[in-house]
Design a protein around this ligand. Structure first.
Ligand SMILES: [Zn+2]
Length: 325
């Protein structure tokens, strides 16, 4: 164990705007971290080179070596570590990112979807420690998740399991960013909350005065504006928040019935911005989900905040290396 406890791995959260990186130890502590802009338009090879530079900086700060690197990427990856497609990295198609990184870094690389990496982080080092059946639902700009069932992360046939934001909650409902309509994300994702709020203000400018004033312009009304206006007691904002809680609850009822987790972890910017959603969702779930599905269920807020991605990616790398040893 002495050897293992010294084993540090690097976790990377690769998004469209930022490369977030941390060197993480065996118990999930961040030893050093670094971040820089992604510049995806320069292409994958330039970004891989930037990641190598970030690794050197990060290891330099900690004065340590790393045994491997885990990376969570906002996009769809196949089982070989090829990035098929990413809405946040425009123009990147079928990029063999794992191979490119291993060649450039000379260390083992484990690659996964960014949201599933974050779920892994919550499971290994956050709110889900010690639980074998857990679902993480991250409600940020979009909505995604990760399902741990029987102590395993659910991958799915094509390695895309966990897209919990794209379950239909309203047939023929609002347009989503996916091919479908009426998805959970199309109502309760940050972008959708902003859209719903902007529509409500356009429909009723009188009632929308506070939201409009806070944002400065209808088009700049965001999910954050809605949360803030509701906390000040603005009736329209509070109506929107109440509706969002009901949409979230509708999704969570489906998740709980489908997966029967012991623990449901709610995280992401929308939840962090208004943690009251957790108890509001729980109240509906206890009433509406199958009795057998809720008997052993706990619903909690995520523990790692915006560090779940890097901590989870590092833990994925560690777990893979230790399994191989
Ligand atoms: Zn969708």
């Amino acid at each position: 164990m002495a050897g293992n406890s010294k084993l540090a791995t690097i976790g990377v959260d690769l998004g469209g705007t930022k490369i977030e990186m941390a060197l993480v130890d065996a118990v999930g502590r961040i030893l050093a971290s670094h971040r820089q802009l992604t510049n995806p338009e320069k292409g994958p090879d330039a970004v891989v080179a930037d990641i190598v530079t970030c690794v050197e900086i990060c290891l330099g700060k900690a004065g340590k070596m790393a045994q491997g690197l885990g990376i969570g990427v906002a996009g769809q990856l196949d089982r070989t570590g090829t990035l098929r497609l990413s809405p946040n990295l425009p123009g990147w198609r079928n990029v063999p990112l794992k191979v490119k990184l291993e060649d450039a870094l000379g260390m083992p690389v484990v690659i996964n979807n960014d949201v599933r990496a974050a779920a892994w982080g919550e499971w290994r080092h956050g709110a889900g420690q010690g639980v074998d059946d857990m679902v993480c639902l991250f409600v940020g700009t979009g909505i995604g998740g990760g399902v741990i069932s029987g102590g395993r992360l659910l991958d799915g046939c094509g390695n895309t399991a966990g897209e919990l934001g794209h379950m239909t909650i309203i047939v023929d409902g609002r347009h989503c960013h996916c091919p479908n309509r009426g998805c959970l994300e199309a109502y309760a994702g940050g972008w959708a909350i902003a859209e719903r709020a902007q529509e409500a203000v356009r429909t009723d400018p009188q009632d929308g005065q506070r939201l409009n004033a806070l944002a400065g312009d209808i088009q700049r009304i965001s999910a954050v504006t809605v949360t803030q206006a509701c906390s000040e007691g603005d009736p329209l904002a509070c109506r929107l928040v109440g509706e969002t809680a009901r949409y979230l609850a509708a999704g969570v009822v489906g998740i709980v019935n489908a997966f029967n987790p012991c623990l449901l972890v709610l995280g992401g910017g929308v939840i962090q911005g208004r943690p009251e959603y957790v108890s509001e969702v729980e109240r509906v779930v206890r009433k509406s989900a199958l009795q057998t599905a809720v008997e052993g269920l706990r619903i909690v807020v995520a523990a790692l905040g915006d560090k779940a991605g890097v901590i989870g990616a590092a833990a994925l790398a560690r777990d893979r290396i230790e399994k191989a040893a």
